[in-house]
Write a protein that binds this ligand. Structure first.
Ligand code: GDD
Length: 337
């Protein structure tokens, strides 16, 4: 039985990855920070909360990291622990850097010293491309991060490569483009849209207030993306891969897919921060823009090339963004009705 540690196991990706590894008969360890809130709600949705062995682990505590890695001698470590919300990273730049950059260094250093046979996956991100320098981003596209989050992730991306090249660590990064699911956190735009549009439909909310409606993202289904993480660690030579669908969609288009699912007949008026969405059946204003949700520096558009992943890992995205919107709306409609 292989032993895997997932840091950040209580998040969206941690939960789907734990499920996948349990199906593959791994002994799954979940790193968790002590917290008084119920952190296991996502694992409960998939009914796996009793199948994981939890260990106290804050990756910012270097002694805890050293000990966990020395004592358990994991076969694989998936580092999904992060301050993952880009929007908060300007206000939280120091804690974001501590966990997203320094925490990763503690993991790499511990593997190097105490458990060099352990394979290591680092959750890198399309946010490293930021203000894009090539229209379609692949593994060789230069980076230009636009947020403290993106910068912090770039550090850990390069450190993972550096430890692989300097010390022969079996370590790699997955440069994952946006990936969503019913288990997505409520602060991310897709989940905010699906939840709040359902609430509007059921009469418990009046308006959905958003930021930049014209931002475009390459959105895929998180459940499929965790398979790519696992595949990356099963290769003879570990390399870094872009994981994406290859298509881009605006926030506004995502809203229209969700409205169609909910049979909301939406009409837009105005532009930019004055753009408004009306329900044509009820004549009510249901969507507004607020500058409060604008970012100090925006990533306007991302499109990833999944060619290398398809060729070398045999991985490709199966769920398009419209089907993804449908999956997320169905889940929230059921949950909130
Ligand atoms: N969150 C949010 N809330 N975003 C909004 C809103 C809003 O009300 N209105 C517009 N947006 C725009 C943001 O400005 C951004 O351009 C886009 O919607 C997507 O925002 P998020 O869903 O917060 O995701 P992200 O692209 O910033 O980052 C996500 O994907 C990365 C790539 O995989 C996060 O999951 C990151 O952790 C991840 O690295």
């Amino acid at each position: 039985m292989k032993k895997a540690l997932i840091t950040g196991i209580t998040g969206q990706d941690g939960t789907y990855l734990a499920n996948l590894l349990l199906e593959k008969n791994y002994e799954v360890f979940g790193g968790m920070r002590r917290n008084s809130q119920d952190e296991l709600h996502r694992l409960r949705v998939l009914k796996i909360h009793e199948k994981v062995t939890f260990i106290n682990l804050d990756i910012c505590d270097q002694f805890q990291v050293f000990e966990a890695i020395r004592n358990h001698q994991f076969d694989e470590i998936y580092n999904l622990a992060a301050q993952s919300f880009v929007g908060s990273s300007w206000d939280l730049s120091i804690p974001t850097t501590n966990v997203n950059s320094i925490g990763v260094l503690y993991l790499l250093e511990s593997i190097k010293r105490f458990s060099p046979h352990t394979k290591f996956y680092q959750a890198s991100t399309s946010e490293m491309f930021g203000k894009i320098l090539e229209p379609i981003q692949n593994e060789t596209t230069p980076f230009y991060p636009r947020s403290p989050y993106g910068v912090s992730k770039l550090y850990s991306h390069w450190m993972t490569i550096n430890y692989r090249e300097s010390f022969g660590l079996r370590a790699c990064s997955g440069i994952l483009f946006n990936h969503e699911s019913p288990l997505r956190g409520p602060e991310f735009v897709t989940k905010k849209i699906t939840t709040q549009l359902c609430e509007i439909k059921f009469g418990s909310r009046e308006k959905l207030i958003l930021g930049n409606l014209n931002a475009k993202r390459d959105w895929g289904y998180a459940k499929e993306y965790v398979k790519a993480m696992w595949l990356m660690l099963q290769q003879d030579h570990l390399e870094d891969y872009v994981i994406a669908t290859g298509k881009t969609t605006s926030v506004k288009e995502f809203i229209s897919f969700c409205c169609a699912e909910l049979e909301i007949d939406l009409a837009w008026e105005g532009e930019g921060e004055f753009e408004k969405g009306f329900d044509q059946k009820t004549n009510k204003l249901i969507i507004e823009v607020s500058k409060d949700y604008y970012r100090p520096a925006e990533v306007d558009i991302l499109i990833g090339s999944p060619k290398k992943a398809k060729k070398q890992l045999g991985w490709e995205a199966k769920t398009d963004v419209k089907s993804l919107a449908s999956i997320m709306v169905s889940f929230d409609r059921e949950r909130l009705s």
